[in-house]
Design a protein around this ligand. Structure first.
Ligand code: FES
Length: 108
């Protein structure tokens, strides 16, 4: 199923609103299946860890790996705050991290 850009924007904004409104912890789920891992999530794993550590927000974000989601052809896949992103490259991932987590307060 393909979504228009407007539809994707709606999902991103809605998921961010719901997450903040009900006080849910923010989440990142990275697909660790062999296809996604080989197609970029090996590097993305380290990039996400460095981003969370560098911004001192590890405690505020639940970061976990997941098994293959049967979306291999559209990988590498990463889920952030309930939105599943496909064909993620390094530049897109950095943009997504800034978008989703730039407002996270440091848990000091
Ligand atoms: S390996 Fe990631 S969806 Fe299959």
């Amino acid at each position: 199923m393909d979504y228009s850009i407007d539809c994707i924007r709606y999902f991103i904004i809605y998921s961010r609103f719901v997450t903040e409104a009900i006080g849910m912890k923010k989440t990142i789920g990275i697909c660790m299946g062999s296809s996604c891992f080989a197609r970029g999530n090996r590097e993305h794993l380290e990039l996400i860890e460095n981003y969370l550590h560098g911004n001192k927000i590890e405690a505020e974000v639940k970061f976990s790996g997941c098994r293959c989601r049967n979306e291999c052809g559209r990988g590498p896949n990463i889920e952030i705050n309930g939105c599943l992103y496909h064909e993620v490259d390094t530049g897109t991932l950095l943009d997504l991290l800034v978008y989703h987590f730039s407002d996270v307060n440091i848990g000091v």
